[in-house]
Design a protein around this ligand. Structure first.
Ligand SMILES: C[S@@+](CC[C@H](N)C(=O)[O-])C[C@H]1O[C@@H](n2cnc3c(N)ncnc32)[C@H](O)[C@@H]1O
Length: 350
């Protein structure tokens, strides 16, 4: 399916993905072994897209299913979380708990996976509600790439979109493993065909090079401020879009009238990995100077701890720990005394 639409470069593309996936499999060997064990007893499931969370459900009584406890200890081994369990067998729900915990942190979600509610650090459901009106009506028969897809949250959200295919690019091994766990739980799903043309590759945005003028819609959510050269990414996105194709961007920035971008000296909200945080005008200028047209900022608001917060599935400092403790709501600033984070959402066309 993908092969027919990608053109001459696809051989190279698949070759590279395969090599990277193989490397991932090696370091995550025990995790994937445990996943195979889970698969061997998996009941029939179903993907259900609800507003609050993505659900994977089953009508089977999974407590009645038992399976062998994995034998080798490792960071990604379910056994570690079940020291008090019976030494040779374990129930399906407990086994699944072990696998889910082995992949902490869950940054994107929430998911309800066969009764396990994964309250992720981010409430990605809020982001989906904002972008849904600008993407869902336009997906039918379209080729879509989600850059930095993480565990595939928005790819799953696009399951009923009618897209021709959806490709996620995600180079972080742990998130690829999370995607594989979700995908494995859906192998037996009664609506599995919804995901038939969905594929996650462990490549980065650099792989956009393989798609010159071939893509209808690109999602660039939470990406630009995490990379030292946002303009290079925008140029690559522009090149890979068909004429008239669109990009949907969500970018963290700051509020200011001027055409400037904040460049933190080290951390921002106590986190590393932040490079340029643009103002609204700067973001628009980035887009127009890389060739985009019809640039429309359709949402802008302060990022709050309602959307990004610490949880048991992401038990690390989150947004509230990165904002200055003396702040009153009226004068928000980060712990580094920088302006507080604003989220800008926009669409633009080639
Ligand atoms: C802030 S998260 C955003 C995830 C998701 N798009 C969202 O909006 O919720 C950034 C994601 O980009 C991924 N990433 C890191 N380097 C990348 C690269 N070179 N190309 C594509 N994605 C990358 C990270 O692993 C992470 O999953």
């Amino acid at each position: 399916m993908l092969e027919n639409t990608l053109g001459t470069n696809y051989h190279h593309f698949f070759e590279k993905s395969f090599i990277t996936e193989w490397a991932l499999l090696k370091s995550y060997k025990n995790f994937y072994k445990n996943l195979a064990t889970l698969l061997s007893v998996l009941p029939t499931t179903q993907l259900v897209l609800k507003k609050d969370a993505i659900h994977i459900t089953t009508s089977a009584h999974t407590e009645n299913i038992s399976l062998p406890l994995a034998t080798r200890r490792s960071n990604l081994n379910a056994k570690k979380f079940h020291a008090s369990e019976h030494p040779t067998t374990i129930t399906f729900p407990a086994y699944l708990t072990g696998l889910l915990k082995a992949l902490i942190p869950w940054r994107k979600g929430p998911y309800n996976i066969l009764g396990h509610l994964i309250e992720s650090e981010w409430r990605s459901s809020l982001k989906w509600e904002r972008i849904k009106p600008v993407i869902l009506p336009y997906c039918n028969n379209k080729c879509i790439i989600d850059v930095g897809a993480n565990n595939g949250y928005f790819m799953y959200r696009l399951a009923e979109s009618g897209a021709k295919w959806v490709l996620g690019l995600e180079p972080t091994a742990r998130y690829v493993a999370q995607y594989d766990l979700l995908r494995t739980c859906l192998i037996t799903s009664s609506n599995h065909d919804l995901l038939a043309n969905h594929y996650l590759s462990p490549l980065g945005y650099e792989a956009l090079d393989y798609f010159e003028a071939r893509i209808d819609i690109i999602l660039l959510l939470g990406i630009l401020y995490h990379h030292p050269n946002p303009l290079a990414i925008l140029r690559q996105v522009h090149r890979s879009l068909k004429k008239g194709g669109s990009v949907i961007i969500d970018c963290q920035g700051i509020s200011d009238e001027q055409n400037i971008a904040l460049f933190p000296s080290r951390t921002y909200t106590k986190k590393r990995g932040f490079w340029f945080l643009p103002t609204r005008n700067t973001l628009i200028a980035w887009l127009s100077r890389t060739g985009f047209q019809n640039i429309d900022i359709f949402y802008e608001n302060t990022l709050t701890a309602e959307e990004q917060r610490r949880s048991v599935w992401a038990p690390f400092p989150s947004l509230s720990e990165g904002l200055s403790p003396q702040n009153s709501p009226a004068v928000l600033q980060t712990s580094e005394k920088y302006p507080p984070p604003i989220r800008y959402y926009l669409t633009a066309h080639k």
